[in-house]
Design a protein around this ligand. Structure first.
Ligand SMILES: NC(=O)c1ccc[n+]([C@@H]2O[C@H](COP(=O)([O-])OP(=O)(O)OC[C@H]3O[C@@H](n4cnc5c(N)ncnc54)[C@H](OP(=O)(O)O)[C@@H]3O)[C@@H](O)[C@H]2O)c1
Length: 264
């Protein structure tokens, strides 16, 4: 698994998201196997949010005694300042009292949320303050947040169907040394419905890519600004496939163009 610089540390290029996939009432065998598979494969960067129902609780429980192996990224997501403090407390509780990356979800009340997260960072409860948004209409505001110098990382969508971060957000992140987490590498599943043939994917074999999902993950990771991609799955064997996209060299312009054509 390749590692890249990210906000003053190094992170594996493939991790795991938990939106929808971990919103289950109780830990079950599949969720446990997904997390164990991710950790065993070195895909240790795991992302969650209070927006995802039970996901934080289930993720924390499945990490269990292996919590220290993970780099946990979660979020605060509410317009209410007091509820935000309670959300942060709850998240810390799910992950053993400390969270590595704490993000302002969808930039909701971001000025106050940054104040709150910075205060928690000063108390040693979290390491990295970050911000996320998934909609291109909010990218102007995200640029404003990035220019404050208060966030060390951002989380944005990037895949062949969602390239709005290319002109400004990714270059700005590079200029400012801000770490980039790639969300929605499969466009929330929209890109994995139709799978190109083995013949069509053959030119990507020298890059360690054997299946379409890996081509999509490597696509996002082949931009020089990106550090880690966080695909979500309900299937343990797919977690292993996704983690394997963290091996092998990055794509060049020709391979990225091929993936764009195959995704069209
Ligand atoms: N901050 C934000 O606003 C925001 C917004 C969206 C997402 N996120 C984060 O980013 C993460 C990823 O985004 P996402 O969950 O929306 O979508 P995604 O990772 O782009 O796609 C997930 C879908 O891909 C399928 N999949 C996963 N691995 C596969 C494989 N190897 N082969 C074929 N299909 C595969 C999954 O189906 P199966 O379950 O059947 O495998 C699932 O339906 C989220 O979980 C969340 O942590 C953040």
């Amino acid at each position: 698994m390749e590692h890249r610089p990210f906000a003053g540390r190094h992170v594996p290029v493939v991790g795991m998201g938990t939106s929808k996939t971990f919103d289950v009432p109780h830990v079950d065998a599949d969720r446990q196997r997904i997390v164990d598979t991710a950790l065993d494969a070195g895909a240790t960067f795991v992302d969650s949010s209070p927006m995802y129902g039970n996901a934080e609780r289930i993720l924390g429980a499945t990490l269990g005694p292996r919590r220290a192996e993970a780099i946990v990224a979660t979020k605060v997501w509410t317009p209410d300042d007091e509820l935000a403090e309670r959300q942060i407390d709850a998240s810390l509780g799910f992950f053993g009292g400390h969270v590595e990356v704490f993000q302002v979800h969808n930039l909701v009340a971001w000025r106050t949320r940054l104040d709150q997260l910075e205060a928690r960072r000063d108390r040693g409860q979290l390491d990295i303050v970050a911000a996320t948004h998934w909609q291109s209409s909010a990218f102007g505001e995200l640029e404003d947040v990035m220019r404050t110098g208060r966030v060390a990382a951002i989380q944005v969508p990037y895949n062949p169907h969602e390239r709005a971060v290319e002109p400004r957000i990714l270059p700005l992140a590079q200029d400012l040394g801000i770490g980039v987490i790639v969300m929605r590498p499969f466009a929330a599943g929209g890109l994995v419905g139709q799978v190109p043939s083995a013949t069509q994917l053959a030119p990507l074999a020298p890059f360690g890519v054997t299946i379409w999902a890996q081509a999509l993950l490597k696509y996002g990771l082949s931009h020089p600004a990106t550090a880690v991609s966080i695909p979500a799955t309900t299937q343990p064997e797919r977690m292993a496939q996704n983690a394997a996209a963290g091996d092998g060299p990055s794509f060049g312009p020709e391979e990225k163009a091929l993936v764009e054509r195959l995704a069209a």
